[in-house]
Design a protein. Structure first.
Length: 203
């Protein structure tokens, strides 16, 4: 049991600890301390649901229907291109984070933050490849006795990562009192979004 849990935890952590669209969004919201509970809940619960689906056999089904992934790929690329443009616009305008305010910028409403988080979660084809296909396959290699323990370890890694990213970002708040820091972050986010969109379309 413990071996399966640890294997699932480490496998999931390797896949999600990377600069990606979802992580960049969670980091930015963590710095601004906006709607952290629903955002972390969406990210962690979505990963858990997709991991369960992959272990339950959805991964094999997705691999036999290339049209589904193609639709997700193009929709996800469009979403990333648009959000990248929004981040580039923020970088151009500049801003800063002052203690007790909303960062000198108009904050996202709770509904907008939830919708954006759902977009980053479900319009990214890499989420399905990582959680449903890859983790699902790795879990099922462990047989009936170990696959669900592997899945539990993978889901717990996702939860721990997003909690650490969202609330750990607050420690960087003093740095982001500087306008240049926000510009650098938003520029990096824009480049990451566009690079991911290009990679998705090229694939």
């Amino acid at each position: 049991m413990a071996a399966h849990l640890v294997a699932g935890f480490l496998s999931s952590l390797v896949l999600i600890v990377a600069i990606g669209a979802q992580n960049a969004f969670v980091l930015r919201q963590g710095l601004r301390r906006e709607h952290l509970v629903p955002i972390v809940a969406i990210c962690a619960l979505s990963d858990a649901a997709l991991i369960v689906a992959g272990i339950g056999g959805l991964g094999a089904l997705v691999q036999t229907h290339a049209g589904w992934l193609a639709l997700i790929r193009h929709g996800g690329a469009a979403f990333l291109l648009v959000y990248g443009a929004i981040a580039a616009r923020r970088a151009w305008r500049g801003g800063q984070l002052n203690v007790g305010d909303e960062g000198g910028r108009e904050p996202l409403s709770r509904l907008a933050a939830i919708a954006t988080c759902l977009g980053f979660t479900f319009l990214n084809p890499h989420v399905y490849l990582d959680t449903v296909v890859l983790l699902g396959a790795l879990a099922n290699e462990r047989g009936a006795g170990g696959r669900w323990w592997f899945g539990a370890g993978a889901a717990s890694a996702s939860l721990l990562w997003f909690v650490a990213l969202a609330w750990g970002a607050g420690r960087l708040a003093p740095l982001f009192a500087k306008r240049q820091a926000w510009r650098a972050l938003d520029s990096l986010i824009a480049l990451v979004m566009w690079a991911l969109a290009a990679a998705i379309l090229a694939g």
